[in-house]
Design a protein around this ligand. Structure first.
Ligand SMILES: [Zn+2]
Ligand SMILES: [Zn+2]
Length: 210
């Protein structure tokens, strides 16, 4: 049996999902994105005596990074991974916050950049990086069999917005088809917002992917 468990937290104004992926054999954990006010996540980490080793960012839109400051306070050595094509979104956090009238969040100190096809080898487990541009240029999905974390690229029955600067619908549909629909049907899809789904369900039902 896989030693991996996943906790889902839905956070902040944007109801973004942060996923805590943890290994119940060695008690190491990885966070996928850091939504606003992640107190509940930090409490779980503390009460379960987990070692949080990294945050893997699917992209650097405001809602996915807001909780970084609080996590960093309690886990000062935390590693953070992202795709560098999202640099301009990372630099634009103050403008993103202003647009949504939110406090300006602490900018994540990214310790590692990821690239397509790379395996991130962590104590929690090994994550494969799949580049899925279109929602943002540096959007990535993280695969740890039989789970895939898709950020705002693929949702249950829909796909990510592409009306932001440097978004592109055709690029996104192509990336999802190539990088995500190539996974087997039974893979569970953990999106940045909305319901849980599977690759098989989306292959059949997602109206944007026909
Ligand atoms: Zn987004
Ligand atoms: Zn989002």
């Amino acid at each position: 049996m896989s030693p991996i468990s996943i906790e889902t937290y839905t956070l902040g104004l944007f109801q973004v999902h942060s996923y805590l992926v943890w290994n119940h054999e060695n008690r190491h954990a990885v966070l996928i994105d850091s939504g606003a006010q992640p107190n509940e996540i930090l409490n779980f980490i503390a009460t379960q005596a987990l070692i949080l080793e990294a945050i893997l960012y699917t992209h650097t839109h405001l809602d996915h990074v807001e909780g970084y400051g609080l996590i960093k306070q309690q886990h000062p050595e935390i590693a953070a991974y992202y795709h560098s094509e999202d640099d301009f979104w990372l630099e634009a956090l103050p403008e993103q916050a202003e647009m949504f009238r939110q406090p300006i969040p602490e900018k994540p100190v990214m310790t590692d950049t990821v690239s397509h096809g790379e395996w991130i080898k962590l104590k929690t487990g090994d994550f494969e990086v799949r580049h899925c541009p279109g929602h943002t240029p540096g959007g990535v999905s993280y695969v740890i069999e039989p789970h895939v974390f898709t950020g705002d690229s693929l949702f249950k029955n829909t796909i990510g917005r592409t009306d932001f600067p440097r978004g592109d619908h055709k690029t996104l549909v192509e990336a999802i088809s190539r990088q995500l629909l190539s996974l087997p049907d039974h893979f569970m899809v953990y999106s940045g917002h909305g319901g849980l789904t599977t690759i098989g369900e989306e292959r059949l039902q997602n109206p944007y992917l026909r």
